[in-house]
Structures are given as C-alpha cells and as structure tokens.
Design a protein around this ligand. Structure first.
Ligand SMILES: O=P(O)(O)OC[C@H]1O[C@H](O[C@H]2O[C@H](CO)[C@@H](O)[C@H](O)[C@H]2O)[C@H](O)[C@@H](O)[C@@H]1O
Length: 340
C-alpha cells in the first residue's frame, strides 16, 4: 500500500503511457497498473500503517471538517456557491456504474444545501443519467465533463430572471462521431471479460473495474486502436475508467466558470465557490479556483494524491457531514440576522 500511495503522486506516468503510440511491455505497464490500482483502491488501509507521506499530505490538505470554522471565516461577506461531483463524492464507488445510487440521507442533505446556496452537480456522466440518480430539480447540472450544461439563464446580480434555464452544449457537432466510436468500442472490447462501455452522450467511458488486472493494458490498447482513426477525440483516465472526449478546450473547470457567470458572479470579488470532487477530472475545477484565488477545492480521498484542492474529505459520508454543517451554519446565521 505504501508503494500504491507513492505511485498516485506519480500520475503523470499514466497520462504519458496512454498518450504514447506504443505501449511498451514491462516496467512502464506495471507502473501504469500500479497507478490505476492506487487511484481507486479496492481495499482499505490498516490504521496502523499511516505513512509519513500521508501525514505530510494531510498537513497540506487538511480535513475540511476539521477546518470548518476557518472555511466559514474565509467566506464571510461572500456568496457561497456549491459545486459537487457525483461518483465517489455524493455516491460511493461501486462495481456497476448503473447502480451508483445516492443514499436518501445524502439526497435530503443536498436538497437542504440547495435551499441555502446555489448548487450545481458537475459530472462526467451524461446529464440525464446523473439527474436520474440525484433527482433534485432545484440544482443546476453539468454533464459529460461540462459539455452539457443546464444552468440558470445568464443574469447580472442585480437582475434576476424568473427561474429560466439555459442549455449549453459546446460539442454538439461531435455527437455523430461519439455514437460511431461508441459502437466500435463496444465491438472491439467485447472480447475482454468485464469491460463495459458507457455512452455519456458527449463523451464515452470504458470501464475496467471488473476486468482482470492482467488484461488492463490489452484493453487500453484496444481503445487506442479505435481512437487512432479519430484524432479529434482524446483519451484521459479516471477511476478504473478510460474516458474519450472531444479535443475542444472545455472541462469541469470551464463549466464551473460558465455557471458562475450564468449566476451573475462574473468578475465578482464577493463570491466564494466551493468545489468537491474525487477524481482527476475535478482537478480542472480545483485549479481554476486556485488560479482565481476564490473559494477552494476539496478532494475526496483516503490516500495522498497530487491535487490543486486545498482541503480533503475521506469519503462520501464525510462529504455529507460537511454539507450538513454548512446548512446548519447558514440556518443559524439566518436566524441570528432575523433577530437583529
Ligand atoms: O465526474 P463523475 O460524476 O465522478 O463521473 C466520473 C465517472 O463516474 C462513473 O464511473 C466511476 O464510478 C462508477 C460507479 O461507482 C465505478 O464503477 C467506476 O469504476 C468509476 O470510474 C461513471 O460510470 C463514468 O461514466 C464517469 O465518467
């Protein structure tokens, strides 16, 4: 497990490997397999094996629960806006992506959260599918890694509109290509037991959580052989999943900025966005917040990972606790204001 944690910090190996035209055998493939295992471990670490790496990492990315008061202090006088990833953040990681349900308690908490702060879900999944899991009409949704956004109609802070929503789909022209590649991937990967191709509308996921580890690199090779013919699509990696997306410069970070602008917070200094996510694709959003110097990111992870997030939470249950505390704090401050 110590090696696993270290290899997570060395994620760039994975990207390089996936981008290479040739997957060489031996050490590099092993490094990739190690990094994949570590990015989504299937077993828990024993409490006695807290490593120096872990301690150092926790110092740099303290628990958002432990730092709650400081977080609230930093948000004083600003409008908190919440951005939540879905898989691994609101729902636990499970083997079957179609059964990644959110608990009723989590749904209740997110519903209350959305009453207190503008709240958006930002997911790699297709927007309709993530909506079916979350089932809360009061939120904004960005699906397909932000390539499919249903958000509020653009407005200035002083001018509110009557609950109208807008659809933003910057990669519509890729739809026929994505459908074509989906069919090819289903066909090419059917020889690999456990592989599953998911159509996320503007992007695709090839899952290998249920594939024998010895077959992982072969599957990656199958995927790359299909993509060779499609230079306008790019390959990235998530938690035991290969992701195929259009090469356009759009990601979860851009989606966050788009939503902030739609909510009337473009160029505002009095906004405090909080983004919670567990995956490498969430890093785009963490980085935007860091670069803007506004709000912060919270990485959901039990293990040290290279991240631009400021704080950490270990698992979806801790995310729920954090969201509940935000709701309680907001309700108490509203009560206090009404007494003044
Ligand atoms: O941006 P997200 O909401 O985190 O979506 C990223 C991917 O999440 C899903 O896959 C992940 O969760 C599955 C269910 O727990 C798990 O089986 C899989 O191994 C994980 O990678 C989703 O199925 C993908 O389409 C998303 O791209």
């Amino acid at each position: 497990m110590i090696t696993d944690a270290k290899s997570v910090l060395n994620m760039s190996i994975t990207v390089t490997l996936l981008q290479n035209r040739e997957i060489s055998a031996g050490a590099r493939v092993n490094a990739w397999v190690d990094s994949v295992r570590a990015s989504s471990p299937t077993h828990t670490k024993s409490t006695s094996s807290v490593t120096d790496d872990q301690v150092t990492w926790n110092l740099h990315h303290p628990s958002a629960l432990e730092m709650f008061e400081q977080i609230i202090d930093a948000s004083k006088g600003k409008q908190i806006v919440m951005f939540l990833d879905y898989d691994g953040t609101l729902s636990p990681i499970v083997e079957d992506p179609d059964r990644a349900f959110m608990s009723k308690k989590m749904r209740k908490t997110v519903r209350k959260l959305a009453k207190c702060f503008p709240t958006a879900i930002v997911s790699g999944r297709c927007r309709d599918k993530v909506y079916k899991f979350v089932k809360l009409a009061e939120l904004y949704y960005a699906g397909s890694y932000g390539l499919d956004i249903k958000g509020p109609e653009k407005r200035s802070k002083s001018k509110s509109v009557n609950g109208e929503s807008v659809l933003f789909q910057p990669a519509s022209e890729f739809l026929p290509m994505i459908d074509e590649v989906y069919k090819q991937l289903v066909d090419t990967t059917k020889s690999t037991p456990g592989a599953k191709v998911e159509n996320n509308k503007f992007c695709l996921s090839v899952h290998f959580r249920c594939v024998d580890e010895k077959k992982w690199s072969e599957l990656a090779q199958q995927v790359r052989s299909v993509l060779k013919e499609y230079p306008k699509l790019r390959l990235t990696q998530g938690r035991k999943v290969l992701e195929i997306r259009p090469t356009i410069k759009w990601d979860k970070g851009k989606a966050l900025e788009f939503l902030l602008e739609s909510l009337g917070f473009a160029n505002c200094t009095d906004v405090f966005p909080v983004y919670i996510g567990d995956d490498r694709t969430d890093e785009d959003a963490f980085k935007i917040l860091r670069d803007r110097g506004q709000g912060f990111g919270i990485l959901v992870s039990k293990f040290p990972k290279e991240t631009s997030a400021s704080y950490s939470l270990q698992e979806p249950d801790e995310v729920m606790d954090f969201l509940r505390r935000l709701v309680e704090w907001k309700q108490l401050s509203l009560q206090a204001q009404s007494r003044m």
